[in-house]
Each structure stands twice: as structure tokens, then as C-alpha cells.
Ligand binder design. Structure first.
Ligand code: C2E
Ligand code: MG
Ligand code: MG
Length: 385
């Protein structure tokens, strides 16, 4: 398709030859399909199917992509309603290019659809690659902020391939990152890629962003990512992108993919260690800055809303009703009491011996909490192996 012309694209659009294929995303927590990515295909009159790599870059350079995206968005609305009528609501994402945000047309079309109840903002996500941000300034930012205000989620596609992923993440309103296939495919053979994936998942967790691993081609890869605490999976091992009717059939099979909560349990342990570190840092800081009572990055005081608490009262509910659950809850609440007492004592400038004794108590409680999390981990490993 190297001799593709603008006229070809324009004819294809006029003849309604562009369609979306859908590739499911699976929640590694529930093992169920919880989303899908819409990927464009050019279905030519002679029955051949042209992949986006063959025409999207050309459409982007010529600017014709804007016409394509606008037309495809109208199709997406129809498809989304069919999908959500047939299945419990799932989030569907579509890919957009930098040029789609150079003017307001796409954002206006999305706003119109939401306001006229043609689609639910909560069920829509836009995938963008970093090139969008590297080359474009104010206008793109305004448009993406408008999307965020409308409640439409933004995912950073191909995370880990750009020059400034971290900087981009810090400055733009993303709610999800999609770990690039290039990293995923080398996980099994390269310690470097393994570490990049692992630390990206940790970072996303700290920033409270979702993580999708794309390009999962084997069960082993799926399980590896699950162990790292990744929550969403997409790839040929689950399903290739397929036409709408086939996607609906696929959803109907109600397959359940493996669920294994150990990755999240590891993240919960890390959360606890970070929380404890934030307390100790706070005590040192207050000791140094006698003139200030405020600490930056103050640890969460409420055991229900700290990160460990969110795991415990969220995914951790799975273990409620057990002796372990009730005991852990008590220990965790005590831990927070001690942590807050310690910070307060530092703020009040309490004596060294009072602070040291509270710090010792904090360590003791922390050891109990970590011990209990590891006890659960051992049980889960025994159950899942
Ligand atoms: P992407 O958004 O990163 O999409 C993921 C690509 O990886 C898709 O290729 C998908 O079919 C492929 N893929 C998924 N799972 C696996 C796997 O397990 N192994 C391997 N090897 N590949 C897997 P596809 O559909 O050919 O799309 C290629 C790219 O074209 C997309 O990358 C996206 O950047 C772009 N694209 C697709 N549809 C659209 C669109 O509607 N608009 C725009 N602007 N770009 C699009
Ligand atoms: Mg994508
Ligand atoms: Mg991608």
C-alpha cells in the first residue's frame, strides 16, 4: 500500500470502508472482560483488510486523519451502544492523533454526544501517544483539559517508548498508561525490560493511574504481569482485534482468565513501607525545621483511605469474614493511631524519649502488619500453585 493517495482515502471514507475492530481488555482482578480498544481497519470493496500501519501515518501527514477520526467517532457511538446493550457496561477506548486536537471539532463532537446522552462519558477513553505532546502546545492542552472536565478518560499509549514519558505524565491529565508491547515482549528474556515494566507499574500505582499491559501473547506473560501488580491485560493471548459481531460473541462466551491477587498484595506491602517512611521523614523534618508545623507529602491519617487501606477495603475484601481479616483491621488501625501520635508528638516538640518510644511502637506494629501480609501471601501462593 505504498502508493496510497489522498483520493484513495477520501473514496474509502465516502464508501464507508473504514470499520472498527475491537480487542478486549481483561481485568486481572476479576478475570473478566472489562474494556475494549477500537482499532481501525480499512475493509476494501474487494474484501481485503488493510491494517492501520499502512494508511494511518499517511493520513496523519496529510491531515486527512481528522476527517477519518470524526467519521469513526460517529460509528463508535453506535457500536458502543450495541456493546453496552449486549454486555454489562465496559469502557471502550479509541486512538486519536495529534492533529485531531489541533482544532475543536473532535472535542465538540464528543461533548455533543455526551450532552445528548448518546454515550456515557465514564465509558469512553481516548488513547494518545506521546508524539501528541512533544509537537503541540496550548491548543492540544486546552482540548485535553476539556475532555478531562467532561469525564472522558485519557490513556497514554505505548508508554515507555517516548523521550519524556515521565515528564508528559506529570504535566497531562492521564488516568491510565499502556505499557508498550516492545517492553512486554522482552520481559521474559531481559532483566532490563523486566525492571522497567516493574517500576512503571509501581510508579503508576503511586500516581494512582491504571496500567494496561498490551501485547500479551502467552499465559506466562499474563501471569508475570499479574505478579507485578498490573491490573489490565490486552493481547493476542486473550483475543486478536475482531469485528464487532465476533467481539460480541466473544463476550458471550464468558471466559474467565486467571485471577491471582499476589501482585496487588506486594503493592500493598510497598504502600505500607512508604507510609511508614513518610511518617519517619515527617518526624525528622519537623525536628529540623522548628519554625514549621507543615510537612510535604504528609502520610494519610485515615486507615480507610491510605493506600494499604484502599487495598484492604477494596480488593482485600475478598478475605473478609476470616480471622485474618478482622485481626489485620485492628492492627492496621492501631498502626495509624501510633503513627499519628508520633507525628503529633514531633509537631508539639515532645521529648526525645517520648518520640523514641513511639517510634519503637510504630516499628513493632509495622512488623506485625508486614508479617500478616506475608502470612496471607504464603497462603495465596500455596492455593495458587
Ligand atoms: P496501538 O494503539 O498501540 O494498538 C495496539 C496494536 O497492537 C494493534 O495493532 C493491535 O492489533 C496490536 N496487538 C494487540 N495485541 C497484540 C499482541 O499480543 N501481539 C502483537 N504483536 N500485536 C498486538 P493495529 O490494530 O495494527 O494498530 C496499530 C496502530 O495503529 C495502533 O497502535 C494505533 O497507534 C494506530 N491506530 C489504530 N487504529 C487507529 C485509529 O482509529 N486512529 C488512529 N489515529 N490510529 C490508530
Ligand atoms: Mg492504542
Ligand atoms: Mg500501543
Amino acid at each position: 500500500m505504498s502508493d496510497i493517495t489522498l483520493q484513495d482515502l477520501s473514496d474509502a471514507l465516502a464508501n464507508d470502508e473504514f470499520v472498527y475492530y475491537y480487542q478486549p481488555k481483561v481485568s486481572m482482578l476479576s478475570g473478566k472482560i472489562c474494556g475494549a480498544e477500537a482499532l481501525i481497519r480499512w475493509l476494501r470493496a474487494d474484501g481485503t483488510l488493510v491494517s492501520p500501519a499502512a494508511f494511518i501515518p499517511f493520513a496523519e501527514t496529510t491531515g486527512f486523519i481528522k476527517e477519518i477520526t470524526l467519521a469513526m467517532f460517529q460509528k463508535l457511538i453506535v457500536d458502543l451502544n450495541i456493546i453496552n446493550d449486549a454486555k454489562d457496561s465496559i469502557v471502550v477506548s479509541f486512538n486519536a492523533s495529534a492533529k485531531d486536537f489541533h482544532d475543536n471539532k473532535l472535542v465538540d463532537a464528543i461533548r455533543y454526544a455526551i450532552q445528548h446522552k448518546q454515550l456515557d462519558a465514564d465509558l469512553l477513553e481516548v488513547e494518545l501517544t506521546e508524539t501528541v505532546f512533544l509537537n503541540d502546545g496550548k491548543h492540544v492542552r486546552q482540548n485535553l483539559e476539556l475532555l478531562e472536565q467532561m469525564g472522558v478518560a485519557l490513556a497514554m499509549d505505548d508508554y515507555g517508548t517516548g523521550f519524556s514519558s515521565i515528564d508528559t505524565l506529570a504535566r497531562w491529565p492521564f488516568s491510565t498508561i499502556k505499557l508498550d508491547q516492545g517492553i512486554i515482549s522482552k520481559l521474559e528474556d531481559s532483566m532490563k525490560e523486566f525492571t522497567i515494566a516493574q517500576s512503571s507499574i509501581h510508579m503508576a500505582h503511586q500516581l494512582e493511574l491504571g496500567v494496561v499491559a498490551e501485547g500479551i501473547e502467552s499465559e506466562h506473560m499474563y501471569k508475570l504481569l499479574q505478579n507485578m501488580g498490573c491490573m489490565l491485560a490486552q493481547g493476542y493471548w486473550i483475543s486478536r482485534p475482531v469485528a464487532l459481531a465476533e467481539f460480541l460473541d466473544f463476550c458471550r462466551t464468558r471466559t474467565i482468565w486467571p485471577v491471582q491477587p499476589i501482585g496487588l498484595l506486594h503493592l500493598a506491602q510497598l504502600d505500607h513501607i512508604q507510609w511508614r517512611k513518610a511518617i519517619i521523614d515527617g518526624v525528622f523534618y519537623l525536628g529540623l525545621r522548628k519554625d514549621s508545623n507543615e510537612i510535604r507529602g504528609a502520610p494519610e491519617s485515615d486507615p480507610q483511605t491510605c493506600r494499604l487501606g484502599r487495598w484492604f477495603y477494596g480488593a482485600g475484601r475478598e478475605y473478609s469474614g476470616t480471622k485474618w481479616y478482622d485481626e489485620f483491621e485492628q492492627q492496621h488501625i492501631h498502626l495509624h493511631d501510633v503513627g499519628m501520635k508520633l507525628l503529633e508528638s514531633a509537631k508539639q516538640g515532645a521529648s526525645k524519649s517520648t518520640q523514641t518510644s513511639l517510634m519503637r511502637e510504630l516499628t513493632e506494629k509495622s512488623v506485625i502488619v508486614i508479617g500478616m501480609l506475608q502470612q496471607l501471601e504464603n497462603r495465596l501462593i500455596a492455593e495458587h500453585s
